[in-house]
Design a protein around this ligand. Structure first.
Ligand code: AGP
Length: 615
């Protein structure tokens, strides 16, 4: 996510803002910038790279004077990471300066209208469009900055946390939020704005947290006025007296980034389909896909290359693509694919899946596929990453930075993107009925709520974790769409608790692994309502007959498995094809709690790196 820091008061703004940006580095970013009002005009420095690069740029280019300023760390969503696309952004007149965290979905149509009115744009960002929309309204309606912002925000669709000021009225900052956090720190004759309290907690522990669809006008002499964006009505804000310490704030109050990211999944799944999935209209809009639909519909097959958790997402996609779009799919470990001299032709489409966009094996597999004529499509979480630049086209997940080494929200947002691609292709090919297409669209739209529901079992899952934290081995079993989820659950446990675990198709038990079953072997079985349900119940009975300890993921209200299993983890009723998005939640939480109880370094497990950029 982007980081926002602003200051207005009686001290030099530069050191406060710069240090505040450093406090927000944990959020992950690819560029940084600052704008200061120095008493006569605006000084701005911004750069691709780190806050340290911004510091060097500012030392070389600006006076660093002034007690009003805005700073920003950008996580690119529109426009690759470079100096021009970095924030802050000026309006055309140079009077307004804005910083923004979020996504303006309808920026293209607004940009077109502004161009018709003579506006020009330097960057590819939605943010520059927003600041010029505000400027256009301010001029046309002859209103103050706050009113112009309120009118403009009623015209945009998307998510935002913004802060801006007008050099002609340098005694105020205007902020607003919808879908991205924004805090206002209240000091003695000084105010702070930031994405969270870390940048100002050392100066004040009094903070207002704007709610969605609220804005605020912060005036040095008059204080903070909070208003509703929709109707400009005044709000009486609650002033929090913060007790949190710095580290707790960085993790959003969670003990680990991994847990924070597990809980972010409802939001980031929604962010990933926001503006792309219009369920009521029956529309899926994936910019990177539209121009290449024929490549997919005419393909002999789709080859998916990835590693680790991303490879598990690819396995889920295999089931979905073949079931809905009837296109043959092969899923390959990138590390094997790149060396086995695979048969690849121009009639193949390769999908490369990668959270980091920097995994060496996946990058090498992409290059090999391109050399042999395949069209390569990327599903990445980092804008401008090596893999996103190497692929012919692609769709970004909007999971935001994933700090925990164990991948969680990347997995579910990858599946979300792949599901949208499969649905779009199935609709174009006519391999599913329009009514089924519409049904799946509406079902996908319900997933964030179902994931929220699944997260409510956290306390129960922690109790189960306690019972099994000392086990030496685990087995994870699943069938159909949930076989890849069994593999993913086993990987989660292995990599953060260091307990050996294996995932298998449930039916594979009788081909060998059942020899492992005894009273010391916990077996996690995904046994939700599905076409395979009866067969999974038989597998559970086989395990029970050999005294295996059974932990079953079941659809809430299940009574059959509940009688057989030693422990159950309930998830809400979910359409089978989309069930991996929900059944993975209890497995993430189970591995998290076991690892915490074993006092493991959950966010940075031993021997692991977040991105494997070497072979
Ligand atoms: C998953 O929890 C691991 N961190 C690891 O398997 C990871 O999924 C794999 O290294 C691939 O990384 P990528 O998605 O960034 O390419």
């Amino acid at each position: 996510m982007c980081g926002i820091v602003g200051y207005i008061g009686n001290r030099e703004a530069y050191p406060i803002i710069l240090n505040g940006l450093k406090r927000l580095e944990y959020r992950g970013y690819d560029s940084a910038g600052i704008a200061l009002y120095d008493g006569t005009g605006i000084q701005m420095a911004k750069t691709k790279g780190k806050v340290s690069d911004l510091e060097s740029r500012a030392d070389a280019e600006i006076s660093k004077k002034g007690s009003l300023g805005l700073g920003h760390t950008r996580w690119a969503t529109h426009g690759v990471p470079n100096d021009i696309n970095s924030h802050p952004h000026y309006s055309n007149s140079g009077d307004l300066v804005i910083i923004h965290n979020g996504i303006i979905e309808n920026y293209a149509s607004i940009k077109k209208e502004l161009i018709n009115r003579g506006y020009t744009f330097k960057s590819d960002t939605d943010t520059e469009v927003l600041v010029n929309l505000i400027e256009e309204i301010k001029k046309k309606e002859d209103v103050k900055l706050g009113k112009a912002v309120q009118i403009a925000l009623n015209q945009v669709v998307g998510a935002y946390a913004i802060a801006l000021f007008d050099r002609k009225k340098p005694d105020e900052i205007v902020v607003a939020r919808l879908g991205s956090p924004l805090a206002i720190g209240i000091g003695e004759n000084e105010f702070f704005v930031a994405s969270d309290a870390t940048p100002f907690i050392e100066f004040t522990n009094n903070a207002i947290y704007l709610k969605d669809e609220e804005m605020a006008i912060i005036r040095l002499k008059k204080g903070v006025k909070v208003r509703k964006i929709k109707d400009d009505s005044l709000v009486d804000p609650y002033i929090h007296e913060l007790q949190l310490n710095l580290e707790q704030i960085e993790k959003g109050g969670y003990d680990h980034f991994m847990l924070k990211e597990i809980y972010e999944q409802p939001k980031v799944i929604k962010d990933t389909y926001r503006g792309r999935l219009l369920a009521n209209k029956g529309i899926i809009k994936l910019g990177g896909l539209e121009d290449h639909i024929n490549k997919f519909t005419n393909a002999d097959r789709i080859i998916i290359v990835a590693c680790g958790t991303s490879w598990h997402a690819g396995l889920v996609a295999e089931y979905i693509f073949e079931d809905w779009a009837r296109i043959p799919v092969e899923v390959e470990y990138a590390s094997e694919f790149r060396y086995r001299n695979p048969v690849i032709t121009e009639k193949d489409v390769v999908i490369a899946i990668s959270q980091s966009g920097e995994t060496a094996d996946t990058l090498a597999a992409i290059k090999l596929a391109k050399e042999r004529g395949a069209f390569v499509y990327g599903v990445c979480n980092v804008v401008g990453s090596s893999i996103s630049r190497e692929t012919d086209s692609g769709t970004y997940t909007h999971a935001g930075p994933e700090i925990g080494v164990a991948s969680t929200k990347a997995f579910t947002t990858q599946i979300t993107v792949l599901t949208m691609i499969a649905l779009r292709l199935a609709d174009v090919k006519g391999t599913i009925s329009h009514s089924d297409y519409m049904m799946h669209l509406r079902e996908l739209d319900t997933i964030p709520t179902l994931v929220e529901e699944a997260l409510k079992s956290d306390d129960k899952i922690r109790e189960i974790a306690y019972e099994f934290k000392d086990a030496a081995n685990f087995l994870y079993l699943g069938r159909g769409y949930n076989f890849p989820v069994a593999l993913e659950g086993a990987l989660k446990l292995k990599e953060i608790s260091y307990i050996h675990a294996e995932g298998y198709p449930a039916a594979e038990m009788k081909h060998g692994p059942i020899a492992l079953i005894d009273e010391h072997m916990p077996v996690v079985v995904i046994a939700v309502n599905s076409n395979h349900y009866e067969k999974v119940v038989s597998n559970i009975e086989e395990i029970k007959a050999r005294k295996g300890k059974i932990i079953a993921v079941v659809t809430e209200g299940d009574t059959t498995v509940k009688e057989l299993a030693d422990y159950i983890m309930e998830v809400p009723k979910t359409p089978e094809t989309l069930s991996p998005l929900v059944t993975t939640i209890p497995l993430q939480l189970l591995s998290y709690h076991i690892a915490v109880m074993l006092d493991r370094n959950v966010d940075q497990p031993r021997n692991l790196a977040k991105s494997v950029t070497v072979e």
